[in-house]
Every structure is written in C-alpha cells, then in structure tokens.
Design a protein around this ligand. Structure first.
Ligand SMILES: [Fe+2]
Length: 126
C-alpha cells in the first residue's frame, strides 16, 4: 500500500491548500506571499489550526530545490492573561522575499494539526 504523504488539490475548493501569490519580481528579487484559506477560511483555534508553512524554490536546471523560508503559527491561544482570556491567534499568512538569477518552480507546504500536510506549486518567471 502506498501512502500519500502530501495532499494537494485546488485551493479554491480545498481550504488546506497553500496559496502562492507572486506579488512582483523587481531587481532580481521575488516577493512571494503564501497563505492558507484565501477562498475558504481554515479554522484558527487552539484545537484546529495551521501549525506551519514552508516555501521551497527549485531553480531551472539545478539538481536540488532550496528551502526559502519557514513560518510557524503554533502559539495559538497564548497570552490569554488578565481580564482578556481570548488569547493571540495568528492567521496563516506570510511573505518571503528572495533574490534569484534564474526562473524556476516554487513549492509551498502547509501543515494542519488535524488534516496533515498539503502542498501547491507555482512557476516563477523573471
Ligand atoms: Fe484542518
């Protein structure tokens, strides 16, 4: 039996799929926004939330991908002190900025503490 470690789907209909938005490429730098829940909001509670997101870039012609960055959102509900006991909850949204001399393929991954690992890909052109 083969297991599917990383799930993928259309982010417009499946709320776990990370959305890669290439905001701009300027002076050889790529500005890339990664988020979960752009179309359908994912729960954002202590019990059920996106724990982290990761962005990789595989430059065209290179043998291996590069990890661009990693963001965690695992502090859910912390700082619930004093009269305000609602706590702090970050939305699963982050931005990465990196310099590259080559186009290539971006892969974002997102991990839900209940529904596992999800990914999406996008082409970066210069
Ligand atoms: Fe989930």
């Amino acid at each position: 039996m083969s297991k599917k470690w990383i799930q993928s789907d259309d982010w417009k209909t499946e709320k776990h799929v990370p959305v890669i938005e290439i905001m701009k490429v300027e002076d050889g730098k790529a500005f890339v926004k990664v988020s979960v829940g752009k179309e359908i909001a994912h729960p954002n509670t202590t019990a059920h939330h996106i724990k982290w997101m990761d962005l990789f870039f595989w430059p065209e012609g290179d043998k291996f991908p590069v990890e661009i960055g990693y963001a965690t959102f695992d502090h859910h509900g912390e700082s619930a002190q004093g009269p305000d006991t609602s706590g702090i909850y970050s939305e699963p949204v982050t931005k990465f900025v990196f310099k590259t001399g080559k186009p290539g393929t971006l892969m974002a991954t997102a991990y839900c503490n209940i529904h596992g690992l999800w990914k999406s890909e996008a082409e970066l052109t210069l």
